[in-house]
Write a protein that binds this ligand. Structure first.
Ligand code: HAM
Length: 423
C-alpha cells in the first residue's frame, strides 16, 4: 500500500513531463492569441460552491465528489471541475470592475470519484477557459474556435464537434413538461437514479449511462422544439459564425452535458481511438451561474478540455511528442585532480546557459561515457590528468564520435558555438 498510488491517479514520470510542458505551452500560446489570462484557484473549495454551482441532481454532486470535513468541521471538496471556482474568484475579487468581458484560463488537476478505466481517472487534468460579461454569439464561436485551434496546434485530427442549445429558464419548463409526459409511462423501467431525478430534473436522463435509459431517451422530445425565439436566434447565430470560421459541427439534440449550469450553447468534442471515454473536451454557456452563486446577472461561457485524454489521442494517432531530459554537456572526470576542475567547469557551463551535469557515483571513465550516452548528452567534456596539466580538455561529440582538444579557457565558448551551430 505504501508503494502504490491511490486508484485512478497517475504519476507523471520525468520522461513524460515534456508532453505536459508541450500541452501547457500550446494552451498558453493559444490563450494569449485570443486574449485570455491565466488564473489559479485552490484545489479545494467549500462544498456548497459545487452543490449549488454544478447542481445537486448531477452525477458529479451525487456520487463523485471527494468531500471531507477539515479539522474545524468545515465541509470542503476537492474541485471536480474549474468553472464554479473561477466564478467564485470572479465574484470574490470583483473582477467585473476591471471591465467586461473578463477572459480567463486555467490548468490543473480535478478530482472525481468515478470507476477508473482508460481515459477516466479520479485525478485528471483540464485546460479550461471562462469568459464573463457577454451574450454575444460571436463569443460562443470564439470559445469553440479556441478549443479547436488548441487541438489543431497539438496536431490532433479527426475530431468531431457536437453542438446543441439547451435553452434558457424561459424555454426549459415547456421541455420539462413534454419530457415528463413522455417518460411517465416508462417510470418503472428507467434506472433508480433517473426515477429519483424525474420530478426535480428529468433532463438528466439524457446524460444517463444505463442502456435501458439510453434506449428510452432515444425517442424522447428534445429541447430544440421548445426553444424560445431569443434562444433559437442565438443558436442560429452561433452556427452561422462557426460556418464563417470554417468549423464543421454536428447538431446533437441529445447533448445536455453533465452539469446543471448550462444555458443556450452546449458543445462537446469527441475523438475516436481512445476507448469509451471519447469526449476530450466540452463546454458551453452558463448565463445564470454567476447570479446563482451570489453575483449580478453576468453571463458566462467556457470549456474544459481533458488533457489526459488529449495525450491518449495524440499517442493513438502516432503523433511524435517532444522528448524529455538530456543535457548539452556531460563533464567526465578521469584521474586525480580532475574533480575540482569538474566542479568549476560545471558551474561555468551552467552560468553560460548550457545544460550540464556530471557523474556523482565515482564511475570509471568507460562507465561515465556510457552514462553520457544514456543521459543523453550532446558533448562529453573529458577532463584527463595529463590534458589538464597542459591546460586543455577533450570534447567529444557523442553522435559522431568526433573529438577535439580545447583550451580550458575556451571550453565554454566552444560548447556554446557548437550548440548554436546545431551541434
Ligand atoms: P466536463 O465535461 O465535466 O466539463 O469535463 C470536461 C472534460 O474533462 C471532459 O470532456 C473530459 O475530457 C475531461 N474529464 C472529465 N472527467 C474526467 C475523468 N474522470 N478522467 C479524465 N478526464 C475527464 C467541465 O468540467 C466543465 N467545467 C467545462 C466547462 C467550463 N464548461 C463551461 N466552462
Amino acid at each position: 500500500m505504501l508503494t502504490s498510488r491511490p486508484r485512478g491517479t497517475e504519476d507523471i514520470l520525468p520522461e513524460q513531463i515534456a508532453n505536459w510542458y508541450f500541452l501547457e505551452e500550446i494552451a498558453r500560446q493559444v490563450c494569449s492569441l485570443y486574449g485570455y489570462q491565466e488564473i489559479r484557484t485552490p484545489l479545494f473549495e467549500h462544498t456548497e460552491l459545487f452543490n449549488r454551482g454544478i447542481g445537486d441532481t448531477t452525477d458529479i454532486v451525487e456520487k463523485e465528489m471527494y468531500t471531507f470535513n477539515d479539522r474545524s468541521g468545515r465541509s470542503l471538496t476537492l474541485r471536480p471541475e474549474g468553472t464554479a471556482p473561477v466564478v467564485r474568484a470572479f465574484l470574490e475579487h470583483g473582477l467585473e470592475s476591471r471591465g467586461l468581458p473578463v477572459k480567463l484560463f486555467y490548468f490543473g488537476p480535478m478530482f472525481r470519484y468515478g470507476r477508473p478505466q482508460a481515459g477516466r481517472l479520479r485525478q485528471f487534468h483540464q485546460f479550461g477557459v471562462e469568459a464573463f460579461g457577454s451574450r454575444d454569439p460571436a463569443l460562443d464561436a470564439e470559445i469553440i474556435a479556441l478549443a479547436m485551434d488548441f487541438y489543431a496546434r497539438l496536431g490532433l485530427t479527426g475530431l468531431e464537434l457536437h453542438l446543441n442549445s439547451v435553452g434558457c429558464p424561459e424555454c426549459r419548463p415547456c421541455h420539462h413538461q413534454e419530457l415528463k409526459k413522455y417518460l411517465r409511462p416508462y417510470l418503472n423501467e428507467v434506472c433508480p437514479t433517473c426515477q429519483n431525478r424525474f420530478e426535480r430534473n428529468p433532463l438528466r436522463i439524457f446524460d444517463c449511462k444505463s442502456p435501458i435509459c439510453q434506449e428510452i431517451v432515444a425517442a424522447a422530445p428534445t429541447i430544440t422544439a421548445c426553444l424560445c425565439t431569443d434562444c433559437a436566434e442565438h443558436f442560429a447565430q452561433v452556427q452561422a459564425y462557426l460556418k464563417e470560421l470554417g468549423l464543421a459541427f454536428k447538431l446533437n439534440e441529445h447533448l445536455v452535458r453533465g452539469l446543471d449550469y448550462y444555458t443556450n450553447t452546449a458543445f462537446e468534442i469527441m475523438v475516436a481511438g481512445i476507448g469509451a471515454q471519447s469526449a476530450i473536451g466540452g463546454g458551453g454557456r452558463y448565463d445564470g451561474l454567476v447570479q446563482s452563486l451570489g453575483g449580478k446577472a453576468v453571463p458566462g461561457i467556457g470549456f474544459g478540455l481533458g488533457l489526459d485524454r488529449a495525450l491518449l489521442a495524440l499517442e493513438a494517432q502516432g503523433r511524435e511528442l517532444p522528448r524529455s531530459g538530456g543535457v548539452d554537456v556531460l563533464v567526465v572526470t578521469a584521474g586525480t585532480g580532475t574533480e575540482t576542475a569538474a566542479v568549476r567547469l560545471l558551474a561555468l557551463l551552467r552560468a553560460a546557459g548550457l545544460k550540464a551535469d556530471r557523474d556523482y557515483l565515482g564511475r570509471s571513465l568507460k562507465a561515465q561515457m556510457k552514462y553520457a550516452n544514456r543521459y543523453p548528452a550532446r558533448l562529453a567534456l573529458i577532463l584527463g590528468e595529463e590534458e589538464l596539466g597542459r591546460g586543455c580538455a577533450a570534447v567529444r561529440h557523442l553522435d559522431s564520435g568526433r573529438q577535439q582538444e580545447v583550451a580550458l579557457e575556451k571550453i565554454v565558448s566552444y560548447c556554446q558555438q557548437e550548440k548554436e551551430r546545431g551541434w
